[in-house]
Design a protein around this ligand. Structure first.
Ligand code: NAD
Length: 479
């Protein structure tokens, strides 16, 4: 177990700070390592290093930047075991899942490196050439949460650097160690200053969003914090990408094969201990299959192995932090106070660690907190419906619009219903098949802008339109 002090990466160098913050293993509540608490002056140094590195990095030929991303993928893959172990200790997820997250991040770097970024030619005639180039924005401040501390960081790092930006990354104070470690491992793969990692407490994020030397903030986290980021960034008119919360609905039609879909839906809701922005958070089940599907889900809930990251055969870890654990207990208490029936779970064991059992709530009223709020943990409302239009209306009656899914034997109907759902990502008979080429955009209060795919890459650029009058004669709009 690592209890080492990890270092920040500023201008390619290891940097410690006068103060430190602790990272806690949520399975044991023991400190697993300490991270520097970045001072304001150190943030200034990181931003200055990124600004200085920008001129050379943005002028580096695109193919060379593609090659650097390939090298970064190699570094991550080669260190997946070490990084995965550290991630599982500070985040709580099973070791195999933590290593998988590192390998997914390597895959992201390798695949994002292949995305097109060549100029668009709008006209190329004997008289004129009109091209739209995509120029980098400058210094990107990346702020990420604690649920997928590695993957969510590389969703930003890979496209931002490919486009020619430089970056200052801030992990969550709850999971700083793995980000500091990959910052350290990547020091030799990148020119100094191109990629900086700073860690710290609650003051650091607001310093970044207000910093005049940062040109864009790419943020993943809650909707409440996203609003603050937008407000703070307004003063310097920063470009923003906000990937925020969700309350994703799944709609199950009466024609499904219950046994086939039950495990897919179960893991669609509870993977990563349901600490997943795109987790199923409201499960609408047609009356004709409600009893059979809820029983199948309850059976899976009863047999899933909950435990510490390193336990053999463990499938779900604890929730990541005490505040989240207390919030979930509050939601459970609210369900009990309302007299709602629980089909699984509901009893939190008195033991060290933030272990919350998979809990299924039987058909709560639409107005209850468990339906209206994003739990971000393993407690799921099962909601009965008889009329599909009613289910679609209830699914859409949310301020969020991140993801949604439809489950049916009738593909055409599934697609038609899917298109009616107000969400940026819709799945039919599958879930969480996110990829470096599929754009992911939060609708409504789930976000601003896009991540992934060509659209996501363009978020790290500004269009620059260049028009040439051929033939040596100058001309203008007024000529
Ligand atoms: P959070 O908003 O509390 O924190 C996210 C990050 O923002 C952390 O690094 C935190 O230190 C920083 N931060 C906090 N206050 C800040 C401020 N005022 N200014 C700048 N930075 C600040 O979110 P969380 O609890 O860490 O993560 C859970 C939330 O993230 C859930 O709502 C979940 O749905 C959402 N999420 C969204 C996506 C997505 O892609 N849409 C992905 C994962 C998680």
């Amino acid at each position: 177990m690592s209890t080492a002090t990890h270092t920040m990466t500023i201008d390619g160098k290891a940097v410690t700070a006068a103060a430190t913050i602790n990272a806690v293993n949520p399975a044991t509540e023991q400190v697993v390592g300490t991270a520097p608490d970045c001072s304001r002056e150190q943030l200034d140094q990181a931003v200055a290093a990124a600004r200085h590195a920008f001129s050379a990095w943005s002028a580096t030929p695109l193919n060379e930047r593609r090659a650097v991303l390939g090298r970064m993928a190699g570094v991550l893959a080669a260190n997946a075991a070490t990084l995965g172990e550290l991630l599982s200790q500070e985040q709580g997820k099973p070791l195999a899942k933590a290593q998988e997250e590192v390998l997914i991040s390597a895959h992201w770097c390798a695949e994002v490196a292949k995305l097109p970024l060549e100029p668009d030619t709008l006209a190329d005639t004997p008289d004129s050439l009109v091209q739209v180039h995509r120029v980098p924005i400058g210094v990107v401040g990346a702020i990420v949460p604690w649920n997928f501390p590695v993957a969510l960081a590389f969703f930003k790092i890979a496209p931002a650097l490919l486009a020619g930006n430089t970056m200052v990354l801030k992990p969550s104070p709850l999971t700083p160690l793995t980000a500091l470690k990959f910052g350290e491992l990547l020091r030799d793969a990148l020119p100094p200053g191109v990629f900086n990692v700073v860690s710290g407490g609650d003051a650091l994020g607001p310093w970044m969003t207000a910093h005049p030397g940062i040109d864009k903030i790419s943020f993943t986290g809650s909707t409440a914090t996203g609003r603050k980021v937008m407000e703070s960034g307004a003063a310097t008119l920063k470009r923003l990408t906000l990937e925020l919360g969700g309350n994703d609905a799944a709609i199950v039609l009466p024609d499904v094969d219950v046994n086939a879909v039950a495990p897919l839906i179960f893991w669609g809701a509870f993977a990563n201990s349901a600490q997943f922005c795109l987790a199923i958070k409201r499960l609408y089940i047609h009356d004709a299959v409600y009893d059979r599907l809820s029983q199948a889900l309850a059976k899976l809930a009863g047999s899933v192995k909950l435990g510490a990251a390193t336990e053999a055969g463990v499938e779900l870890g604890p929730v990541q932090n005490k505040a989240q654990f207390e919030r979930l207990k509050g939601l459970l208490a609210d369900c009990k106070a309302q007299g709602l029936r629980l089909l699984a779970g509901g009893e939190v064991a008195q033991q060290p660690g933030y272990f919350f059992p998979v809990t299924l709530v039987d058909n709560p009223p639409e107005s209850s907190r468990i339906v209206q709020e994003e739990p971000f943990g393993p407690i799921l409302p099962l909601l009965r419906f008889t009329d599909i239009d009613d289910a679609v209306a209830r699914a859409n009656a949310s301020p969020y619009g991140l993801g949604a899914s439809v489950w049916t034997a009738d593909e055409a109907q599934g697609l038609a219903i899917g298109r009616r759902l107000q969400a940026g990502t819709v799945w039919v008979n599958e879930i969480h098949t996110i990829s470096p080429i599929k754009p992911m955009a939060g609708h409504k209060q789930s976000g601003l802008g896009v991540e992934q795919g060509e659209d996501g890459l363009l978020e790290y650029t500004l269009p620059q339109t260049v028009s040439l009058k051929r033939g040596g004669q100058a001309s203008g709009a007024g000529a």
